[in-house]
Design a protein around this ligand. Sequence first.
Ligand SMILES: [Zn+2]
Length: 127
Amino acid sequence: MENAPVCGAKRNNGELCTVRVRVAGERCWGHDPKNVEQRKQNARRAAQLKAQKPSELVEIKNTLRQLADDVLAGEVNRGDASVAAQVFGVLIRAHEQHRKQRELEEVVQRLERIEEVQRRRENVRPV
Ligand SMILES: [Zn+2]
């Protein structure tokens, strides 16, 4: 396999890409010019997902801090502020629960994939 064709495109660090391709002269998925739009879209989506999650918590934190300042300054009723803080607390817990749920689903999916591979191996094993 030493002569297997590789992509050979120049990477950002100046090194040549060593991803295997089917025929010489072909570029890998990450370097093929026809995937430029898809790659950009993927990068945008990844950036969006990355930006989405913490921003809600940051927003809640900022609001709570503002609320505390307003209470201390006497601009917000203490009872109202207390209720608002409780609601934010529930929101934060729901956020955390949602995150745990997503993590659990991911683990279950990975486990199912492992089980599937295991099952296939057991099926091909001679009895
Ligand atoms: Zn490449």
